[in-house]
Design a protein around this ligand. Structure first.
Ligand code: CP
Length: 305
């Protein structure tokens, strides 16, 4: 039966462990995987801009020996003429073996998965979810820290619209003794459903604060995020909030020596470029790991041995 990935919780913890293990094996033995998807096609249907997600999916499929087709903006597809997501998904099912879809509307990849006859991967839907970024983040955390259980993870910035934050909190809520610190301006706090349905329901130890400096010394992971301009209703609010947190070397003075600084990217202004040379900066490693975990996911959904 065809299997899609719409929400990170579609995968069991054991399946996530298995994907992380496969990604680690790909990193160690890339040649072993070079022909795994020979003859298979990935369609990348991106109705919203992307650099990392689309290109890492494409690089992943090429490195598995497969091929790629697709579009990178809605305007160059028949969506511009009014075609529905369902009809697009049915059409692409005639040409490809698997779809990676990004869409500004929450739930669009789910709708596509219902219509498609091939697996659909949610490559980010509105402010909702971004499960393959979460797989990337979990692989990064496990490689950098050697574990996921027992860590204190701080999320900082736009926790309201940041879909990567919502997905990763959901995933972390299934690990043991994880503590979550939510650092944001009051206007950009995590949505109530994440607080109630994920954190409170799963009995996760969490706190909310506006003060990054105060929270920093206790963190094992600092997950910085961009203020999501494209999801704001007015420019004035964006301009007021966009520089709420700017991480600089001086601000890291009281942070742990083995802190892992993550960011799903793109970065705008929230991490000073001077931090890129700090050994604690992990965000470009994250970019690379994203390709390997997407290779693992494509193989899993295509049921490649
Ligand atoms: N992290 C991420 O989703 O980046 P892109 O928007 O460049 O794909």
């Amino acid at each position: 039966m065809k299997r899609s990935l719409i929400d990170i919780l579609d995968l069991s913890p054991a399946e996530i462990d298995e994907l992380i293990a496969t990604a680690n094996d790909i990193i160690a033995n890339p040649a072993k995987y070079a022909e795994k998807c020979r003859g298979k096609k990935l369609a990348t249907l991106f109705f919203e801009p992307s650099t990392r997600t689309r290109l890492s999916f494409e690089a992943a499929m090429y490195e598995l020996g497969g091929n790629v087709l697709g579009f990178s903006e809605a305007q160059s597809s028949s969506a511009a003429k009014g075609e529905s997501v369902s009809d697009t998904a049915k059409t692409v099912s005639c040409y490809a073996d698997i779809i990676a879809m990004r869409h500004p509307k929450e739930g669009a990849p789910f709708v596509a998965s219902r219509a498609a006859s091939i697996p659909v991967i949610n490559a980010g839907d509105g402010g909702h979810n971004h499960p393959t970024q979460t797989l990337t983040d979990l692989l990064t955390i496990s490689r950098e820290k050697g574990r996921i259980d027992g860590l204190t993870v701080g999320f900082c910035g736009d926790l309201k619209f940041g879909r990567t934050v919502h997905s990763l909190i959901g995933a972390l809520s299934r690990y043991k003794n994880v503590k979550i610190v939510l650092i944001s301006p009051t206007e950009l706090k995590v949505p109530e459903y994440v607080l109630q349905e994920v954190l409170e329901k799963n009995g996760i130890d969490f706190e909310q604060t506006t003060d990054l400096q105060k929270a920093l010394p206790n963190l094992d992971i600092l997950y910085m995020t961009r203020v999501q301009r494209e999801r704001f209703f007015n420019e004035e609010d964006y301009l007021r909030l966009k520089d709420s947190y700017i991480l600089t070397p001086a601000k890291l003075k009281n942070a742990k020596q083995d802190l892992c600084i993550m960011h799903p990217l793109p970065r705008v202004n929230e991490i000073s470029v001077e931090i890129d040379d700090d050994p604690r900066a992990c965000y470009f490693k994250q970019v690379l790991y994203g390709k390997y975990v997407r290779m693992a996911l494509i193989m899993k959904l295509l049921e490649v041995e």
